[in-house]
Design a protein around this ligand. Structure first.
Ligand code: FES
Ligand SMILES: [Fe+2]
Length: 402
């Protein structure tokens, strides 16, 4: 039995049922995107834009990146109560996490064993999982409890129809799932990340969900991650942002499957970040492979989780969840959300959609990473780090695996 950082029980699984033949990329295709790339950022050419436009890369990423990496589900507050559940879809795979009536956290394919209908929707609380199609019922441990009229069948054994489990882990009070039964635990894959988050956001466990922003973007998900990972564009494209943080303190470091982007708050009077008497004075951001960003902004106790989901080779959508001390944002927080929604996001979305159009022309295949030895916020070494993880995956290895 595994224990998470809040002492909650998380069930181990040993259930490789349903594994399919993996999708692979041909060596020629992999070579075509890594040509010119070098593990040393100042020598490297960036990866070829083909992987931002060719659907074969997206098919591969869905199966071999998104179905084999730790995907954020929700804050652990949503799954504290016995019977509480949270459903999601991970790149086409319906999943639900459930806190059993006995107190164990599990995650399952959200799929009935009779005919395959989805079982639970959204979030909620239930002592029993009842399929809306023909009302087969399952316990919150995933065991088949009742199948209407099955008494007429020969050789019908309820034990043959347990829900198929997937991996779930509570990491820094955040619930993550992984469809790969063999996945290395996130706490192990991510090295010092938990220690860093705990030191910047020790109150994360007591924060509560307060707001969600969503965006649909006409760009490959990786173009959005690339943009997120560098502030080389900030003085050009986000003049206001550069008054919010002290750019001279901005430092970016890369570690295994994550990167840390740290700066002190600026001294501006921009109302989006009020640091007057604020309990949090730093701007701390982490990127976690492959599609999650975690953030702590100056102000009252806060945390944000930002996700980038592919939706076709040239589209993606973003979900941006805000956790505050109260479910009602205060005035400063409302202003911070407004600043992100009305200023920063439109600026960034305009940039990445333009880049996607450029990548679809024969005029741009590769560029360079503008890096500096100080690892400053203006340096693009975290983009290079992300691309290095991508190439690892394209070559058939799992970033972070033992
Ligand atoms: S598909 Fe679920 S009971 Fe028939
Ligand atoms: Fe930006």
């Amino acid at each position: 039995m595994l224990w998470d950082d809040t002492g909650d029980r998380v069930a181990p699984i040993n259930c490789p049922e349903g594994l399919r033949m993996p999708t692979t990329l041909s060596p020629e295709l992999v070579e075509s995107v890594q040509m010119g790339f070098d593990e040393t950022p100042r020598r490297a050419w960036s990866i070829n834009t083909r992987c931002y436009t060719d659907p074969r890369f997206l098919d591969f990423e869905r199966e071999q990146v998104f179905h084999r990496s730790w995907q954020f589900l929700c804050h652990s507050e949503k799954l504290r109560e016995p019977g509480s559940y949270m459903a999601t879809v991970v790149q086409g795979q319906p999943i639900v996490a459930v806190r059993s009536t006995g107190g164990t956290l599990r995650a399952f394919y959200n799929v009935c064993k009779h005919r395959g209908h989805e079982l639970l929707k959204g979030e909620g609380k239930s002592k029993l999982i009842v399929c809306p199609y023909h009302a087969w019922s399952y316990t919150t441990d995933g065991d088949l409890k009742a199948a209407r009229r099955s008494e007429h069948l020969e050789g019908f054994d309820h034990a043959d129809f347990c829900l198929t489990q997937v991996r779930v882990e509570v990491f820094c009070h955040l619930v993550f799932i992984n469809l790969d039964p063999e996945a290395t635990p996130l706490a192990e894959q991510s090295g010092e990340l938990a220690t860093e988050i705990q030191s910047y956001a020790p109150d994360l466990g007591s924060l509560t969900h307060a707001h969600r922003l969503t965006y649909r973007i006409k760009a490959n998900w990786k173009a959005v991650v690339d943009n997120f990972l560098e502030c080389y564009h900030c003085p050009v494209a986000h003049k206001d942002f550069c008054t919010l943080v002290d750019m001279s303190t901005y430092n970016v470091t890369t570690h295994g499957i994550y990167s840390s982007h740290m700066a002190e708050a600026g001294k501006s009077d921009n109302a989006a970040y009020s640091v007057e008497g604020a309990s949090v004075q730093d701007h701390a951001v982490w990127y976690l492979w492959p599609n999650t960003a975690l953030m702590r902004y100056p102000g009252r106790g806060n945390f944000m989780v930002w996700r980038f989901h592919p939706d076709g080779p040239d589209h993606c959508f973003e979900e941006f969840d805000f956790y505050f001390e109260t479910a009602e944002p205060n005035d400063d927080e409302i202003e911070a959300i407004r600043f992100i929604d009305d200023v920063l996001q439109p600026e960034d979305i305009g940039l990445v959609e333009s880049v996607q159009r450029g990548m679809q022309t024969p005029a741009f295949n590769q560029g360079r990473y503008l890096v500096d030895p100080e690892l400053s916020g203006l340096s693009e070494h975290a983009v290079h780090h992300f691309h290095s993880l991508l190439l690892t995956a394209y070559r058939g290895e799992t970033p972070g695996a033992n």
